[in-house]
Design a protein. Structure first.
Length: 270
């Protein structure tokens, strides 16, 4: 019995498992930053769609329609790669010469000096921006609908008090629309949480990649077969993790919605 306990303690605390535990921070970071950026892009897109100027309305509608129509995985792979190569192309125009280009054997980048070496956190930042861009398009429609749900009389009253169009937008319209937008934004947040499982596609050693590595059959020459295919066990841990994050998110949004709806509920009861 003690030998079994010692084995499991040693096995679950080895270097690879400690790295797996540390990789959970990548998932949490990508979800939080991606969610914050989605709200920013959603507010921007909804403001453009509500603009009085036709070019702004077209830009907001184009963003929400086009990005929502592109598969998440495709955009998730496209944006970081396109951004990386765009930076390398710009740097190449500044540092590459005819000689360095001729000496370069690989087709890209144009010269070795223009190569942009990205680490885990750089890829993680690009992944978070990708999540924000994709789900910001969904948030745009949610926020746009919420802004249209704000009673028109409140906006007219704000204008009657002498507020400018910008003051009405930021001090009244956007503040009042949150109570209508939060239920839809909670669904967008759930989608972002699920999409964090795609981080391994960008060479990020996240929880999914490590679960696959650790669960694969493990054979050591000096020990023999340590364990067979245990991937389902590691995936079960991830399943519980995502369920726990979802449950905590639901409780948090319920608390936020109760707080955001206090004034409206009291006003309706009054």
């Amino acid at each position: 019995m003690f030998e079994d306990i010692a084995f499991w303690v040693g096995y679950l605390t080895n270097g690879k498992h400690l790295t797996w535990y540390a990789s959970f921070q990548f998932t949490i970071f990508a979800a939080l930053l991606g969610g914050a950026l989605a709200v920013v892009f959603g507010l921007t897109g909804a403001t453009l769609k509500n603009s009085r100027f036709l070019p702004f309305r077209l830009a907001g509608s184009f963003y929400s329609a086009i990005v929502r129509g592109v598969p998440d995985v495709l955009f998730f792979l496209f944006f970081p790669l396109a951004f990386e190569q765009a930076v390398e192309w710009f740097v190449a125009t500044q540092v590459c010469t005819v000689e360095t280009i001729a000496a370069q054997s690989a087709p890209w980048p144009p010269c070795r000096e223009a190569n942009w070496f990205l680490g885990t956190w750089e890829y993680l930042l690009l992944a978070s921006v990708s999540l924000g861009l994709v789900y910001g398009a969904f948030a745009t429609n949610v926020i746009h609908g919420a802004m249209r749900s704000v009673p028109h009389g409140q906006l007219e009253a704000a204008r009657a008090y002498g507020m400018s169009a910008r003051q009405v937008l930021w001090r009244v319209h956007i503040r009042q629309m949150w109570v209508y937008a939060l239920p839809g934004l909670s669904n967008v947040w759930m989608l972002i949480i699920k999409a964090t499982s795609l981080l391994s596609l960008l060479q990020i050693a996240d929880i999914v990649l490590w679960a696959d590595r650790l669960g694969a059959p493990n054979y050591l020459p000096t020990v023999g077969l340590v364990h067979d295919d245990w991937r389902w066990r590691y995936y079960l841990v991830l399943f519980v993790f995502y369920i726990l994050v979802t449950w905590l998110s639901e409780r948090a949004f319920e608390a936020i919605m109760r707080r955001a709806g206090r004034g409206i509920l009291s006003e309706a009861n009054g």
